[in-house]
Design a protein around this ligand. Structure first.
Ligand code: SF4
Length: 364
């Protein structure tokens, strides 16, 4: 039998990935995923709550970092009801160190909304899912496909790169990538397909040095055919990283250090930290502390500096010692400020930045 490709097939291959058949792509990628996927805790469950938690934790965070947090969090809040009913400070403490704390606050708010409005079960309706705090287009696609087995696409950083390379697109827009993801997601096994795309991006089709020789879809890939897969997609202009300068003060009283809870909705909101001021100097920090808590203090010299890099911010924290000059914590401030001993420091939710700053303390 003549097994040479007929002219139509040959042209289909040469024309690039825009012409490859989604069916062939799905068949190969799914077979590879079932053979090669990493054994991760959230892949051993079909519980929508656990899948939701993992998808939320994995945003902007590496798999290896997430695993111990995921397991500890579930040991503490094993069900959606338990999370909805939890003290928000306990939730933040379980999240402390994982960063992007809005994810934890939204997760708990969403869990409460699911209990209140949907009888404790995550809704299947995409509009109802998308109405939950913190559940965007990506998470909706992940829940619908992975947890509920529905045909739904998702696009994250890994999927963007894989789709752009398969399609040999140098500068695709987000809308084009979503369109392609929606067009290619198979009717059956959408959850595995989405996870396969992400797995390929994380382990084979990496940003630098993709291992195309090990890739199950190499012969279908437009970027590979173009000869320089790493050049796809072309790097986007990096968002500007803003340098933010804060000053934080260590005030100690009888071996206990004064901590305050960060108010509002922004970065680190709800977490405990040393009294901190954006900009300014030690004298202004002491004045702000007096106004907020009733504790009088005076500048007593620098302790050191801490730097903390976030995606769009370069936080530079100067840590100073403030001598305790007396004053009582005002009644109104007691929920938001307290002198803490070692045991309390272990119990409160502290960001990695706060821990680094506290490590600069030296015994007086
Ligand atoms: Fe990525 Fe290379 Fe596979 Fe194309 S062939 S999808 S560039 S790993």
């Amino acid at each position: 039998m003549d097994r040479r490709p007929h002219r139509g097939q040959a042209r289909q291959r040469e024309d690039g990935a825009g012409r490859l058949t989604p069916e062939e792509l799905a068949e190969r990628l799914l077979a590879w995923y079932r053979r090669a996927r990493r054994d991760l805790p959230w892949r051993r469950t079909s519980d929508p709550y656990r899948i939701w938690l993992s998808e939320t934790m994995l945003q902007q965070t590496r798999v290896e970092t997430v695993i111990p947090y995921y397991e500890r969090f579930l040991a503490r809040f094993p069900t959606l009801d338990a999370l909805a009913a939890a003290d928000s400070e306990d939730v933040l403490r379980a999240w402390a160190g994982l960063g992007y704390y809005a994810r934890a606050r939204n997760l708990q708010r969403a869990a409460a909304a699911v209990v209140r409005d949907h009888g404790g079960l995550l809704p299947r309706d995409p509009a109802a899912l998308a109405a939950l705090p913190g559940v965007g287009r990506y998470t909706t696609g992940a829940l619908r496909s992975i947890a509920f087995g529905e045909r739904a696409a998702l696009v994250d950083g890994n999927v963007k790169r894989v789709l752009a390379r398969l399609s040999a697109w140098r500068a695709p827009t987000d809308a084009e990538l979503w369109q392609r993801a929606e067009a290619w997601v198979p009717e059956k096994d959408a959850g595995d397909w989405n996870q396969a795309l992400m797995e390929l991006g994380a382990t084979v089709c990496t940003p630098r040095g993709p291992t195309c020789l090990l890739c199950p879809v190499e012969s279908l890939c437009g970027a590979r055919r173009a000869g320089d897969p790493e050049a796809f997609p072309a790097p986007r202009k990096r968002a500007l990283v803003r340098t933010v300068r804060w000053i934080a003060g260590v005030v100690e009283r009888r071996g206990r250090v004064l901590l305050v809870r960060r108010p509002g909705e922004g970065l680190f909101a709800g977490l405990w930290e040393l009294p901190t001021l954006e900009g300014g100097d030690a004298a202004r920090l002491a004045a702000a502390l007096l106004a907020r808590t009733g504790i009088r203090s005076a500048p007593a010299g620098p302790l050191g500096r801490v730097r903390h890099l976030l995606t769009h911010r370069d936080l530079r924290l100067q840590v100073v010692r403030l001598t305790d000059s007396g004053g009582r914590l005002e009644r109104a401030a007691r929920r938001e400020a307290r002198f803490c001993g070692a045991r309390e420091l272990d119990r409160l939710p502290l960001s990695a930045l706060a821990k680094k700053a506290l490590a600069l303390r030296r015994p007086m």
